[in-house]
Design a protein. Sequence first.
Length: 119
Amino acid sequence: VQLVESGGGLVQPGGSLRLSCAASRLTFNYYDMSWYRQAPGKERERVAAITSDGGSTNYADSVKDRFTISRDNAKNTAYLQMNSLKPEDTAVYYCNAKRRLTGTSLDFWGQGTQVTVSS
């Protein structure tokens, strides 16, 4: 299984970025997808999640109304559109694929992509 994030970079406050997470060697539409982030010295936190069919999404309060998670099951790819970026959004962003099974779950992570918000 491979999850590859892309789209990170340096952006000014108020700017936008779109992250992508391309999945391979898994049945993508069986998996809920999430985006997490981890800033230096802080714990990893989940910022957005989307169900396997794309029918439901969930956001951390800190990004609500600024970030949008989506997915294209035909392309095996999840996205995170980030608008109105703030310096406190600076972090390494990771995508996660999770499939819940009876009594256990399958959990996969990407390698992360750096997002830096700075003037």
